[in-house]
Ligand binder design. Structure first.
Ligand code: AHR
Length: 629
């Protein structure tokens, strides 16, 4: 087959083209990226001691608290007998993963329980899965005022499911709050290994904090960014929207501490080189359809001002001068320089008529105060394509800059939709494919739950050639969801899986990484007989020019069962020498990467010669290949 590449650089590819979507689902934040190892560290879960085992004389109080927005704390008093003892035990999120040689930073806010008390002592212990103490340290408390105390413990072994205990060691009792344990290998409180998994994707855009989490099960549980900034100890707890949703995966202990909040999101975006894209509630609960006109789930259009203020204030928090209210808080938190926020999303998966009338109000005020901030609406098609025309028509009328489309569909759908954007209108809003993943169902004992296998990844690679070819209208795309704890997921597939010690990059991660690291700067035309290569005999291809690297990059997916010989012919450029080739292939479409076999399906490198502007290669069956000429 002859594939012709016209060397003339075409439409620019946005730096935001391939990115990440983060949501605290599957224990993605608390118990995941947020490295805090203690569950319910502030005793604010509805059952105040959820996550804790207690022994001896332990109670909960909120009298003269340390933190006004997290008022509950625990009281440890003498057990009243020399053979009894008082203490607490926390097993973290599915056990505490401890690594040999790693330091663990323990901290607690403490005071003497009795005003007349003189000196109390507590002992902190790390314990292995056989109940053997690994390390212990004592802390003395001799103050009636709340004060932060810290000690460092070290693990001399690797343990998958350790735990932490805190014992009262004195006759005098203590009040304790915000009992915290972090591994030393964290970056601003985030798990270093998971941060690296994000950084290596080279994402251009970082959407946060979701997803349905943005708008909550009801208005009260929506993500309120103002609760997620300032000192972590005083960020109030929120119920996680994924607490209930899947009856077969019920985690009634799933709450958001907001330890990973909007400040950490902006910092992380900066570190990994991605443009931040915050998404805020539009005043409707998640996927609100006005079924019962529930007052707890939607705000009247005339009462939206505090929601709109949240959006305006967030822009000030990110970009405002340090003399402004929210810019000052950013500076106090350690980042006087602006975060250079360029766009904001309003609403998530709102497909009904209640959404546009609310969005319009946001757009008017954001445009008036921040004319350079781009606005992302969400009325793209639902996964089924429902409301497709209605949503886009409304978004055009309102004049948003981008429209967020979501699709969780079968591999077959992804292959058939590789040409989806070929005929999208080039006028008006651009496309943000804000949530997508290929779902292969029925591959194991749970027929309705999909997995991250090679078949899914290859169909995504093929589909993404269509995103790339249409980069003049598709400005950004984020696979979803991002993270999942192997013992605590509600949704799959997901890009990165982890337990408390390790993480694994799914096959789909490698597809995203190959696009992210081979993004290029301009689309170039790649055709076969004058037409895009989008599916004939299972072949899909696209090409880009990378200006700084001075390279043409061709991406080609052979989803068919037969190898295919193709000749790339360049028109309008002289190319010769060695081209680097990266291929992703598995013989078995069901192949997956797991924590125990993380390198089961990973890219392979090779090279090929190109002489006289043409190069003939064979793309093996079921292979995604990237050529750099
Ligand atoms: O990605 C998981 C969920 O899928 C998101 O929270 C929601 O936006 C979509 O329905």
């Amino acid at each position: 087959r002859q594939l012709t590449i016209n060397a003339k650089p075409g439409a620019p590819i946005q730096p935001t083209m391939y990115g990440i979507f983060f949501e605290d689902i599957n224990f993605g934040a608390d118990g995941g990226l947020y490295a805090e190892m203690v569950e319910n560290r502030s005793f604010e879960f509805p059952q105040r001691l959820m996550g804790w085992n207690t022994f001896g004389n332990v109670s909960v109080s909120d009298v003269k608290p340390a933190f006004d927005r997290n008022p509950h704390y625990v009281v440890l008093e003498n057990a009243g007998h020399d053979q009894k003892f008082t203490g607490l035990e926390n097993r973290g999120f599915f056990g505490m993963g401890l690594k040999k040689g790693m330091n663990y930073d323990f901290s607690v806010f403490a005071r003497l329980h009795d005003l007349q008390g003189k000196e109390a002592k507590i002992r902190v212990e790390l314990v292995d899965d056989q109940d053997n103490p690994i390390d212990k340290k004592e802390i003395t408390i001799a103050n009636n005022q709340w004060a932060k105390k810290t000690v460092t413990l070290t693990s001399n072994k690797t343990v998958e499911k350790g735990l932490m205990r805190v014992f009262l060691e004195s006759a005098d009792g203590v009040d304790l709050d915000h009992v915290s344990l972090f591994p030393e290998d964290n970056w601003h409180g985030l798990r270093a290994d998971l941060v690296k998994d994000l950084e290596d994707l080279h994402p251009g855009i970082f959407r946060f904090p979701g997803g349905c989490i943005v708008e909550g099960t009801d208005l009260a549980t929506r993500y309120q960014w103002k609760n997620s900034v300032g000192p972590a100890e005083n960020r109030p707890l929120n119920e996680n929207r994924w607490n209930y949703t899947f009856p077969h995966r019920l985690y009634p202990n799933y709450y958001q501490t907001y330890g990973l909040g909007f400040y950490e999101f902006f910092l992380l975006s900066e570190k990994i080189g991605a443009e931040p894209l915050p998404v805020l509630s539009c005043g409707l609960a998640c996927q609100f359809q006005n079924k019962d006109n529930d007052k707890n789930a939607h705000v009247a259009v005339d009462d939206l001002q505090s929601y709109i203020d949240d959006a305006l204030d967030l822009i000030e928090f990110a970009n405002g001068a340090t003399t402004t209210k929210w810019g000052k808080l950013r500076a106090e938190m350690g980042h006087p320089q602006p975060f250079n926020l360029k766009q904001i999303g309003i609403g998530n998966e709102q497909w009904g008529p209640l959404y546009p009338e609310r969005l319009k109000k946001f757009v008017e005020q954001i445009r008036a105060k921040y004319p350079n901030i781009k606005i992302c609406g969400t009325s793209g098609p639902s996964a089924s394509g429902k409301d497709f025309d209605y949503g886009w028509e409304q978004m055009r009328k309102i004049g948003v800059d981008l429209v967020d489309e979501h699709y969780y569909m079968s591999p077959d759908w992804f292959l058939k939709n590789a040409g989806r954007y070929d005929n999208y209108s080039r006028k008006g809003p651009k496309v943000f494919a804000g949530e997508y993943a290929s779902h292969v169902k029925g591959v194991d004992d749970q027929p309705t739950v999909a997995k991250n296998n090679f078949e899914a990844a290859l169909s995504e690679a093929a589909f993404m050639t269509g995103l790339e070819r249409n980069a003049d209208v598709v400005y950004q795309a984020t696979y979803a969801p991002l993270f999942a704890h192997v013992e605590g997921w509600q949704w799959r597939p997901d890009l990165i899986w982890f337990d408390n010690l390790r993480s694994v990059r799914s096959v789909n991660w490698y597809v995203q990484m190959l696009y992210g690291t081979n993004k290029g700067t301009n689309v170039v035309s790649l055709t076969e007989n004058g037409k895009p290569v989008e599916g004939k005999d299972g072949l899909y291809a696209s090409a880009v020019w990378d200006k700084p690297m001075k390279r043409y990059i061709v991406k080609i997916a052979n989803t068919g069962d037969q190898p295919q010989q193709v000749t790339f012919s360049f028109r309008g450029a002289k190319i010769s020498g060695q081209a680097k080739v990266t291929t992703l292939h598995a013989d078995d479409p069901r192949a997956v990467n797991t924590l125990d076999k993380p390198n089961n399906v990973v890219p392979q490198q090779s090279s090929v010669e190109i002489n006289g502007n043409a190069c003939t290669v064979t793309i093996p069956a079921k292979t995604f290949a990237v050529y750099r000429f």
